[in-house]
Design a protein around this ligand. Structure first.
Ligand code: NI
Ligand code: MN
Length: 230
């Protein structure tokens, strides 16, 4: 069984098993890297790592148009529900949630989580990473995080793919992300959360060299809008 992983730039991904599709952190409108419009993106399920605007992105519009289920940490799911999304599932670290075609297990991420509105920030719980089991594969979406030693535990999940931030400034940078790859032991590592905005400018080939010279993982650098087969 083959699974397609598409990157829209930043931390926005789509998994497509052929039968079902899942979006992760669908920040498309206002994402300078995106090559599609939010209106062209569909899925039955949307997973969120945290409430920052560059991750929630177009979640509400896409969920309402597709009647999709939004899965996030409890406070964030509740807030998304209050914005008119009918189907939400709130969970928390350590918990596994089933969705159409797969499941996700919530794991920790070291970061903050709030949404900026005209009326000020909405505090929405704490951030999470997702260990997604879908289409016969296991894919870790780290969300925004620094390096942490418990990534060794996440590596014990048996990862086919780890999508991890390398941008620095708001998350771990190239050096720490390469150390993360050593803990995660994924077959394939996909860098994300870089080159979207000036403070997170990185050369992904530097990351590839760092990972491939120190681990058994292969790095796949995806161009925004492009896909890989897992
Ligand atoms: Ni963030
Ligand atoms: Mn971010």
């Amino acid at each position: 069984m083959s699974l397609t992983l598409t990157w829209y730039g930043h931390s926005a991904f789509r998994l497509n098993s052929g039968d079902h599709a899942v979006l992760i952190d669908p920040f498309i409108s206002g994402n300078p890297s995106a090559t599609v419009s939010a209106g062209a993106v569909d899925a039955e399920t949307i997973l969120l790592t945290h409430a920052h605007n560059d991750h929630v992105g177009d979640t509400v519009a896409i969920a309402r148009r597709n009647n999709a289920t939004v899965i996030a940490t409890a406070e964030l799911a509740g807030w998304i529900g209050s914005l008119g999304v009918k189907n939400t599932i709130g969970a928390n670290h350590g918990g596994t949630v089933q969705f159409t075609g797969g499941s996700t297990k919530f794991v920790p991420a070291w970061h903050t989580s709030s949404y900026s509105t005209d009326a000020g920030p909405v505090a929405s719980g704490v951030p999470a990473g997702h260990v997604v089991r879908f289409g016969g594969k296991t894919i870790y979406f780290a969300g925004d995080t620094c390096l942490f030693l418990d990534m060794q535990l996440i590596g014990e999940e048996g990862l086919d793919v780890a999508a991890i931030p390398i941008g620095d400034h708001f998350t771990m940078g190239v050096k720490d992300a390469a150390r993360a790859a050593g803990f995660l032991k994924a077959k394939t590592v996909v860098p994300c959360h870089y080159n979207t905005f000036p403070p997170i400018t990185q050369d992904p080939s530097t990351f590839r060299e760092a990972v491939e010279s120190t681990t058994d993982s292969r790095v796949e650098v995806i161009e925004p809008g492009a896909s890989i087969q897992i």
